[in-house]
Design a protein around this ligand. Structure first.
Ligand code: HEM
Length: 153
């Protein structure tokens, strides 16, 4: 059995769950902002759905994506003996930039959930709809960086 390919496959599965959650959450925020005034029965429902989506899907899948991604880097560096120069390749810089922005967006969404739960409406539903595709666009960059490996040694 090839451990590298197993880790790579599990990494992609975790990425799918992370991206799916990050694309669904702003949609909930848009409906929450539009249809559920603070203190209403709907408000309480949205709070539960948003908290569960973050706690059960988005947070664990981000942690697993990072852990397996770093494992893949270590396998390249030590097991495939490519050394730390592996990280110096242009496509890796692009990939890591995309994942760092994705992780920051994750933090922003988690902060917005807390504000919504406090009865605040931090952004308009128009904002949540307009930014809904941000993770998808960053995912395109991250995936094409690893599949094309442009500028690789
Ligand atoms: C969170 C931090 C992440 C790290 C440290 C990381 C690192 C890595 C590494 C080192 C590889 C192996 C590359 C190779 O062997 O050629 C890899 C594969 C891959 N990563 Fe990530 N990754 C991360 C997140 C992501 C994200 C967010 C996505 C997509 C949105 C993604 C998509 C992929 C895909 C599709 C592959 C397989 C590429 C192939 O088999 O050719 N990764 N990742």
């Amino acid at each position: 059995m090839n451990w590298f390919d197993l880790v790579r496959g599990l990494h992609i599965i975790a990425v799918i769950a992370w991206m799916a959650g990050m694309m669904y959450l702003p949609r909930l925020y848009a409906y929450h902002t539009e249809t559920a005034p603070p203190g209403s029965e709907f408000d309480a429902h949205f709070q539960v759905w948003e908290a569960k989506l973050l706690r059960i899907i988005i947070n664990p899948s981000m942690a697993i994506t990072w852990i397996l991604g770093v494992t893949l880097i270590l396998l390249h560096v030590y097991w495939m003996k490519q050394g730390w120069a592996f990280l110096a390749q242009p496509w890796m810089h692009v990939k890591l930039t995309a994942v760092i922005i994705l992780s920051g967006w994750h933090g922003f969404l988690a902060g917005a959930r807390k504000k919504l739960a406090r009865g605040e409406r931090p952004r308009s539903s128009k904002f949540w709809r307009a930014t809904n595709e941000i993770p998808f666009l960053l995912a395109i960059v991250a995936v094409l960086a690893v599949t094309l490996e442009f500028g690789s040694r």
